[in-house]
Design a protein around this ligand. Structure first.
Ligand code: C2E
Ligand code: MG
Ligand code: MG
Length: 695
């Protein structure tokens, strides 16, 4: 036998190459597992080349490390064939571990195929020596080398499959696994080499013709290291890029989520907005059509929100809305949707097992809102009016449902607020009626359909008349005599109130002029001003004109503005009121006690009179709170040097009570109803005659 020897530095290099090739293979397997579909074949192909060259060059460097006492060379074609086998086996292995699952039989077959590939690469590579008369193989060692090849492949496949996902210590684990795999591959190679015996007299037919040792070793080492390094670098960089892309796309998804949240939710209360509500309504309708059942839409509008907003400012108003939204939301059932659809408007979409359940849900909402709210240092009270529609029944599409719920809500407001109304078909007619009314209102002035009724005011102490309040009426051609509550709101919303208000001023002053001429020089006529008139720049001018045209002393005119109007923009009010006061016009704060007055402003307002709201007077006899409030208002008025008028006096007991409490003047149905001017005078005269007879 020829005695072979090894160049140990090359053996060491071959081991390093094996380990590096193993590491690259594991990294690529991981890369393939997370790559996008289209990129997978490319990664497998590129990976197969890199890994094949790695394994093959380990083998070839191992061959170059071996020398015999005869010159050696390698046949080029056969050597290239062995390289091709290495690449194919690598490709197969990479493909196998890139599959989503690896059942047992896949694994075993794969290990066999890969082991066979590596072994054939090795033995075909040995054959490239073209030894004559041939290599004498020790069958036991060959068998052992085959076994090592298959076992190493099995281990490699298993490890690569396990480590393909990114786990916390994946790099360290891959390093360890690469070491074991490298050792196994090297072990296989050198066991195969040990199996080869070269009989004495053998010679190498490839020597001198094919590839030669020496410089070839360095070249292969360099090329291999370069290929592996490039493969590894590409894989690592690409993985990093992918990680960055993933991070980017997840932050994009997050941004998208936020945008949708913004587009579908109300910014102030974070409740769903109209858009999302409409979508939910559609879904609920579909669900009911498919599975049966019912749902209710409840349109809620806050009562008394505007005065709070005006008195405390938008900031407090906003906070209150948020509190209301929060309280309602906390009491929702999971299947219900609460949306904010406008200023102080909320809509609840409630799934019901029975249509009757709507009563409980609506009742609960009304009760919840009626409890006081703590906003900063203010304790605020509002209530809500709820309009309810049921599906199926009250509309076939979401617009109709919402519109009808809105109409029902208006009905609830009309019925005294702080409650709910179920929709009825007649309510829709109401909406149409309003439209018609608006149309008629536009021409009412020209057609002279307005008139004034006068309600007398009396001195509380001696019962003498001291003037009258002018109250607007509209003689509608079809609907008969309409009271202000039926149309003032409409006139305010359309701005028509300015022209109507000027007419009232003129008319009332004209009437007062007549009384003045008749000798009632101490009387005053009271005219109500709406908020819009009060803000209008021409008000002072209009008042001056009405007085001048009718040659009336300013002192004969009282202007009544509601407490809410006076306080809504207290500084602006102060300015207008001062101008009016300088003219000598008498000023009265109407409906006092219903708004939120700041005592500080009240003190500075140049008002002459406070009119206690008739709500307090009404319950005076039954509610001791109201009596307490009235005496407080009287005390306040006295302290601020204001006259106190009580309106809405309907019973003798109220009259006595209010007189005893210290009210200066009284007004109410008990003492006189609002009447047209002619009847007014007649009624007063009769009353005075009656009083004199009684005396
Ligand atoms: P207001 O200024 O508080 O006027 C008093 C209202 O109470 C009048 O209703 C009057 O008819 C009613 N009233 C008087 N005595 C009694 C009573 O004993 N019991 C009850 N239950 N009610 C009584 P009216 O005429 O329907 O006016 C309602 C409101 O419309 C007025 O409230 C006022 O704010 C407004 N208004 C009336 N005329 C005008 C006007 O010319 N311009 C403006 N801007 N508003 C007006
Ligand atoms: Mg009034
Ligand atoms: Mg009033």
């Amino acid at each position: 036998m020829l005695i072979g020897s090894y160049d140990f530095s090359l053996v060491l290099i071959s081991l390093c190459v094996a380990i590096l090739a193993s590491y690259t293979a594991l990294d690529l397997a991981g890369r393939i597992a997370t790559a996008k579909d289209a990129a997978v074949p490319l990664w497998i192909a590129g990976g197969a080349v890199a890994m094949g060259i790695g394994i093959w060059s380990m083998h070839f460097i191992g061959m170059l490390a071996f020398s015999l006492p005869i010159p050696l060379g390698y046949d080029l074609a056969i050597t290239l064939l062995s390289l091709a086998i290495a690449i194919l086996a690598s490709g197969f292995a990479l493909w196998l571990v890139s599959q989503p699952q690896m059942p047992l039989w896949h694994w075993l077959l794969g290990a066999l195929a890969m082991g066979a590939g590596i072994s054939s690469m090795h033995y075909i590579g040995m054959h490239a020596l073209l030894m004559q008369p041939g290599i004498d193989y020790d069958s036991l060692l060959v068998g052992l080398s085959l076994l090592i090849a298959v076992a190493a492949s099995a281990a490699a496949l298993w490890i690569a499959f396990r480590l393909r996902r990114h786990t916390p210590f994946v790099r360290v684990a891959r390093g360890g696994a690469a070491l074991i795999m490298g050792l196994a591959i090297v072990g296989m190679h050198y066991t195969g080499m040990a199996a080869a015996n070269f009989p004495v007299g053998s010679f190498c037919a490839a020597a001198g013709k094919g590839l030669d040792g020496g410089w070839l070793a360095s070249l292969i080492v360099i090329v291999t290291l370069a290929v592996l390094a490039i493969a590894l670098l590409t894989s690592v960089l690409d993985a990093r890029m992918e990680a960055r892309t993933t991070a980017l796309s997840s932050s994009l998804a997050e941004a998208n989520r936020e945008l949708t949240q913004l587009a579908l939710h109300d910014n102030l209360t974070k409740l769903p907005n109209r858009l999302l509500l409409e979508d939910r309504i559609e879904q609920s309708m579909l669900k009911v059509t498919r599975n049966g059942g019912h749902f209710a839409l409840m349109f809620m509008d806050l009562d008394g929100f505007k005065p709070i907003n005006d008195a405390f400012g938008h900031h407090v108003g906003d906070l209150l809305l948020r509190e209301v939204g929060q309280r309602l939301r906390e009491n929702l059932r999971a299947q219900d949707t609460l949306a904010r659809v406008g200023g102080d408007e909320f809509v609840l979409l409630a799934e019901l097992s029975e249509p009757n359940d709507a009563v409980n849900v609506a009742g609960q909402m009304v009760t919840l809102v009626s409890q006081p709210f703590q906003v900063g240092e203010h304790q605020l009270r509002v209530s809500t009016s709820v309009g309810i529609v049921l599906y199926p029944g009250d509309g076939d599409d979401r617009q109709t449902l919402l519109m009808n719920a809105d109409a029902a809500m208006y009905h609830a407001k009309g019925a005294g607020k702080n409650g709910y109304s179920f929709f009825e078909t007649s309510m829709n007619t109401n909406a149409r009626n309003q439209l018609q009314l608006l149309h008629d209102l536009r021409s009412a002035l020209e057609r002279e359909e307005f008139c004034l009724h006068y309600q007398p005011k009396f001195d509380a102490a001696n019962g003498q008349p001291i003037g009258a309040e002018a109250l607007l009426r509209w003689q509608h051609p079809e609907r008969g005599l309409l009271a202000p509550d039926d149309f003032i709101g409409l006139a305010e919303r359309t701005g028509l109130i300015i022209a109507i208000g000027d007419w009232v001023l003129q008319q009332a002053c004209g009437q007062m002029r007549q009384w003045y001429v008749q000798g009632y020089r101490e009387w005053r006529v009271a005219v109500n001003l709406s908020a819009l008139q009060f803000c209008h720049a021409g008000l002072v001018e209009s008042v001056a004109q009405a007085l001048a045209l009718n040659q009336l002393p300013a002192n004969c005119l009282t202007l009544e503005i509601t407490e809410t109007t006076a306080m809504s923009d207290a500084d602006a009010s102060m300015h207008v009121l001062k101008q009016l006061a300088e003219m000598g016009v008498d000023l009265s704060i109407d409906d006092f006690g219903t708004g939120y007055s700041s005592l500080l402003y009240l003190k500075r307002l140049p008002a002459n009179e406070l009119k206690i709201d008739r709500g307090f007077v009404r319950d005076l006899e039954h509610d001791s709170d109201d009596a307490a409030i009235i005496s407080a208002i009287v005390a306040l008025g006295q302290a601020l040097n204001l006259r106190i008028v009580a309106e809405g006096v309907e019973t003798l007991r109220q009259q006595d009570f209010l007189t005893a409490l210290g009210c200066n003047s009284l007004q109410g149905f008990l003492l006189g109803h609002p009447l047209p001017a002619e009847q007014f005078m007649q009624a007063i005269t009769e009353a005075q005659v009656a009083a004199t007879i009684k005396d």
